[in-house]
Write a new protein. Structure first.
Length: 207
């Protein structure tokens, strides 16, 4: 009788594990509990955190990206201009140094998964460097940070510097931490930042 019980529990365990494996995260079907607009002609991408190409970032949650229409067009003012939100469990420690370290790991990994390093001359590969500082806190933020990410543009294989604004916010009802990153090689005085900032202004913890 005990053997039958063990076998029964084993079969249940296999069934549950199989169901979990078959229920992969689908970013296009995932229904976000928050509101982050999708402007006309912008595209989105979502995936789970921990991030597959930057597993050293010690968070759990979802990344939700908004790409401008010209994100991948080298001659567009919107080239490499986009934003992404991290919807994170609990309340992980965050400061300017941690943001810099996380984004260094993020863009180092992003370059690796989008290129074949064996086909790139060594002199064309530069290490990612990041620098962030706390800025004047935007309305609704817990903290606001600004900084730069110097890296290889994997689409053109040449150096690029992204300017970045990072917003920290808590959604207390859901016990979630929000980190929202706005990025562009354009200076902060460029009009494209109005569109990026509007995304954050329109964000709401609840739909």
């Amino acid at each position: 009788m005990k053997n039958l019980l063990v076998i029964f529990l084993f079969l249940i365990s296999i069934t549950i594990n199989a169901q979990e494996l078959s229920t992969a995260f689908d970013g296009h079907k995932w229904e976000a509990p928050y509101n982050l607009p999708i402007p006309k002609d912008w595209t989105i991408e979502r995936f789970l955190i921990p991030i597959s190409f930057a597993k050293q970032i010690p968070y759990k949650g979802v990344e939700d990206i908004r790409f401008t229409p010209g994100w991948a067009k080298a001659k567009s003012d919107e080239y490499w201009t986009y934003a992404f939100l991290w919807w994170l469990d609990d309340n992980p420690e965050t400061d300017a140094k941690i943001i810099a370290e996380n984004l260094k790991a993020y863009y180092t990994g992003l370059f690796k998964i989008n290129t074949d390093s064996t086909k790139i001359p060594a002199g064309k590969i530069i290490p990612v460097t990041t620098s962030f500082k706390e800025a004047t806190t935007d309305k609704g933020d817990v903290k606001t940070y600004t900084g730069t990410i110097e890296m290889n543009d994997y689409m053109q294989l040449k150096p690029i510097t992204l300017n970045c604004i990072a917003h920290l916010k808590f959604c207390e009802e859901d016990n979630k931490t929000i980190l929202f990153y706005e990025l562009s090689p354009q200076p902060f005085t460029h009009s494209i930042w109005l569109s990026l900032n509007q995304l954050w202004l329109d964000f709401k913890c609840k739909k």
